[in-house]
Design a protein around this ligand. Structure first.
Ligand code: PLP
Length: 419
């Protein structure tokens, strides 16, 4: 059997594949004895699950609505009532001048990045080639391998602001950021996976201005942001203009399995996404929209995010930070400011082993994290910093997170020769 060159993208050692396989294996074993601090699975928040369960029950109890949910292909742009509810919510909350023609749904936002990156990078009719600019690393592991053509990225190392003895924050290094002719789009996740960074309003405004100046889209991956799921612990603005492609997701609301992503963008972008949806999969799944439509129309999705999801993760993040600070006493470590998302990003300056080796040692002890080096797509130089960091999710049960943190601290101390 011979596989095409295209297949190499999917059969290599993609970081996202390792991550999802680790997650799948841990879950297949019932998750017992494994501290799954690696994946991006959201927490099971009882109040949210209960609300979603009630909504599903209501759908099951309405035979016509149920038949519609499972028996029809949606339009390739996405389920129209959910799109209408989203449109009204964004207009109401943010005053954006958008219509339903500015919104499309995708099979999860991961699929949206596959589509968007290949719409704006690769070969162009003028004979040129363009890339996606990642103006600040580290960046989401799931972007790494979605490009049909390579190289896909241009990426810029961040500046590092050290804060106190044990915290730090990455900042966009605008001195090093140039928008060359081969840039097809700019992309940032905000809050950032893996670091929990939230780019400041000033950083976003400057990126937006650069996008306008060079007439390229600014893609903002808002999978953890406002208005839902609102896993963001800083007060920041959420801008939109025709220059911005805003990506949202129902996953971190507690619905990763329904695979529903949302794109808000200029009409030609939505038309292109609609075409790609039709060709790749005919239509999106209808269950996510059916579950979320009513709570989107009523605004309850915002209340649940603000009053349940946000405080839940904020408390979990503070707790995990306190456990790390206690467990790592005596070690040279820094943790990125936890401003949002569901991860802590730890940096061990001068770590004597690579973060990949640390990942392997932790896996042997039943603790799954993600090695930092996977989060630097497009970085051409081998920056030592990328081998000194790990990403740890704090979304699993507090007992699991606390046990995992204890083992991480032991292995890091061992690596530094402290024990
Ligand atoms: N963007 C970021 C920053 C993420 O962390 C994730 C998932 O973890 C995604 C996008 C993709 O999420 P989904 O495809 O479930 O919407």
């Amino acid at each position: 059997m011979q596989f095409s060159s295209f297949s190499k993208r999917f059969m290599g050692s993609a970081g996202i594949l390792q991550l999802m396989q680790d997650l799948g294996e841990a879950m297949a074993n019932g998750g017992e004895d494994v501290c799954m601090l690696g994946g991006g699975n959201p927490a099971a928040i009882p109040e949210i699950n209960e609300r979603l369960h009630r909504r599903m029950q209501a759908l099951l109890d309405e035979p016509n609505r149920f038949a519609q949910m499972i028996g029809n292909y949606d339009s390739p742009q996405g389920e129209p009532r959910f799109i209408k509810a989203l449109c009204e919510l964004f207009r109401r909350e943010y005053g954006w001048a958008i219509s339903e023609r500015n919104i499309a749904l995708t099979a999860g936002s991961q699929a949206a990045f596959f589509m968007l990156f290949n719409l704006f990078a690769g070969a162009f009719p003028d004979g040129g080639r363009r890339r996606i600019l990642l103006p600040i690393l580290p960046e989401y592991i799931g972007y790494s391998d979605v490009g049909i053509s390579q190289p896909l990225f241009r990426a810029v190392k961040p500046s590092i602001e050290e804060r106190g003895a044990h915290r730090f924050k990455y900042r966009v290094n605008f001195d090093e950021l140039t928008i060359a002719d081969d840039v097809g789009a700019i992309c940032v996740s905000r809050p950032t996976n893996p670091t929990g960074n939230v780019l400041t309003d000033d950083e976003i405004d400057r990126l937006h201005a650069l996008a306008r100046e060079h007439d390229v889209p600014l893609i903002i991956d808002n999978a953890y942001g406002q208005p839902f799921p609102d896993i963001i612990f800083k007060q920041v603005a959420l801008p939109w203009s025709e220059q911005i492609i805003l990506c949202l997701s129902l996953s971190k609301m507690g619905l990763p399995a329904v695979r529903t992503g949302i794109i808000v963008a200029a009409e030609p972008v939505i038309q292109a996404i609609t075409g790609m949806n039709a060709i790749l999969q005919l239509a999106n799944g209808s269950i996510g929209p059916a579950l979320a439509e009513e709570m989107t129309a009523s605004g309850e999705i915002i209340e649940l995010s603000r009053n349940v999801i946000n405080p839940y993760y904020r408390a979990r993040s503070e707790q995990a930070l306190a456990w790390f600070d206690a467990a790592l006493a005596g070690v040279d470590y820094r943790i990125h400011e936890a401003e949002g998302a569901i991860f802590l990003w730890l940096w061990f300056p001068g770590l004597p082993i690579s973060s990949d080796e640390l990942y392997r040692r932790l896996k042997q002890r039943g603790v799954l994290v993600i090695a930092g080096e996977h989060f630097f797509p497009g970085l051409e130089e081998d920056w030592p910093h990328r081998h000194e960091c790990i990403r740890v999710s704090y979304a699993q049960s507090p007992e699991v997170v606390q046990r995992g943190i204890g083992i991480i601290a032991e292995e890091v101390k061992k690596a530094f020769g402290h024990q």
